[in-house]
Design a protein around this ligand. Structure first.
Ligand SMILES: NC(=O)c1ccc[n+]([C@@H]2O[C@H](COP(=O)([O-])OP(=O)(O)OC[C@H]3O[C@@H](n4cnc5c(N)ncnc54)[C@H](OP(=O)(O)O)[C@@H]3O)[C@@H](O)[C@H]2O)c1
Length: 378
């Protein structure tokens, strides 16, 4: 293992846009991280990908701690002894396969979202991860590391919203390029896997655990879902239920927003998922009557850097990883429930015991998949 206990050495699988423009520059900027290699199917693509990532880093005033090497072929990178951890920003259908290979090669794994396509894949990954307990595995939902979310969760914990009633998550953008991985079924495209997963991860973060009921519709075109609409019921303390309303669309104008309602107050996040690093954002808190009560201090930060730091701290210092394997399994199960419900045109119902599990990586039983329950409309 190449890590010197102060710096995590990353290898990147694929010169993906997200890697070149966001994640590699963040690894270069994060204090305890460095990028040592980028692998592409073609060496020339790796070389140009490195150039672009270095330019992006330079624009932010970042001086990298290493000069990344261009590697031809993902398998070659996995054999590189200098690489401690692998970041996988491949098309979604390739995530599981390369995560399994990376674990076998002794590398920690950070997977781009969605880590896997479904619950079955999640369990395969969980079984492999269990064979390598010294290796960290996480799904890269970077937004969870942004301080605006810590603020919202603090307000919830302090009871400033009272009993939670509902959250509405909207996320949309327009994508029509038939060559884009999002618009092809064979590369794991579609609105659910691309952006619906954010809404689900947000709901699980706010309400905790897993939804006990899911009702969803998927509008499908050319074999992929373009729009996800869903309602999910999350059990809350005292026998209450909080509802998550999801509207995600890869075929309409750009928008994102989260509205969280409690009995005593509500919170608005105007940019819940991908605020720019230089864009100050802050949640707004309103009281029961609609009067603005509080606004957290606006923070402009790069959540990809914070994600890198958290992952490196888990590897280098043994810090707890908030969003490890159990979390990605729980996440995949909810995506399965969405598909189940949409196909069956019925509510998908979670077995009671499984819905109690928490959304974090604390030890707990892996929840069973949800199943559609025809005729039990709620
Ligand atoms: N967290 C975020 O904010 C965020 C944002 C965007 C995307 N993502 C996630 O990141 C991943 C990549 O998204 P992206 O938009 O960056 O994708 P992209 O630019 O299309 O990159 C995907 C990379 O995968 C490699 N690849 C291997 N087999 C391929 C195939 N059959 N077809 C296409 N590419 C193939 C290519 O790299 P080489 O040619 O170098 O081998 C390609 O550059 C997805 O899982 C997506 O959900 C996350």
């Amino acid at each position: 293992m190449a890590s010197n206990n102060t710096c995590l050495s990353w290898g990147i699988l694929g010169a993906a846009r997200i890697a070149r423009r966001k994640v590699m520059p963040a690894f270069m900027a994060a204090p305890n991280n460095r990028v040592v290699a980028l692998a592409s199917r073609e060496r020339a693509t790796a070389e140009s990908g490195i150039r672009e990532a270095l330019e992006q880093a330079a624009e932010r005033g970042v001086v990298p701690r290493a000069q990344p090497r261009a590697v031809e072929g993902y398998a070659s990178l996995l054999q590189d002894p200098e690489v401690d951890a692998v970041y996988i920003p491949l098309p979604n259908h390739l995530h599981l396969d390369w995560a399994l290979k990376a674990l076998e090669a002794g590398k920690h794994v950070l997977l781009e979202k969605p880590a896997v396509l479904d619950g079955k894949q999640a369990r395969k990954l969980a079984a492999a991860a269990a064979r390598y307990p010294a290796l960290q595995v996480a799904e890269g939902f970077m937004f969870r590391h942004h301080p605006q979310w810590a603020e919202v969760l603090d307000w919830v914990r302090q009871g400033r919203l009272g009993t939670l009633r509902s959250a509405t998550v909207q996320f949309s953008f327009f994508s029509e390029d038939p060559n884009n991985i999002r618009n092809k079924a064979e590369t794991g495209g579609g609105a659910l896997l691309d952006i619906g997963c954010y809404a689900i991860a947000a709901g699980r973060l706010i309400f905790g655990g897993a939804p006990e009921r899911v009702r969803a519709t998927l509008e499908t075109h050319n074999g992929i879902d373009r729009q996800v609409r869903a309602e999910m019921h999350f059990p809350q303390p005292g026998g209450q239920t909080a509802r998550l309303h999801v509207q995600c669309d890869i075929g309409s104008a750009y928008f994102q927003r989260l509205d969280l309602h409690g009995e005593d107050g509500r919170v608005v996040l105007e940019r819940p998922f991908n605020p720019w690093p230089h864009e100050p954002v802050a949640p707004l808190l309103y009281d029961r009557y609609g009067k603005a009560l509080d606004q957290a201090e606006a923070v402009a930060t790069d959540h990809f850097i914070l994600q890198a730091e958290a992952f490196a701290a888990a590897v280098l210092d043994g810090a707890p990883l908030d969003f490890g394997v159990p979390d990605l399994v729980a996440q995949a199960d909810v995506m399965d429930a969405v598909r189940f419900s949409a196909q069956a045109d019925a509510w998908a119902i979670q077995p009671k015991a499984a819905s109690q599990s928490s959304g974090t990586s604390a030890p707990r039983p892996v929840p069973k998949p949800l199943h559609p329950d025809h005729g039990r409309m709620v």
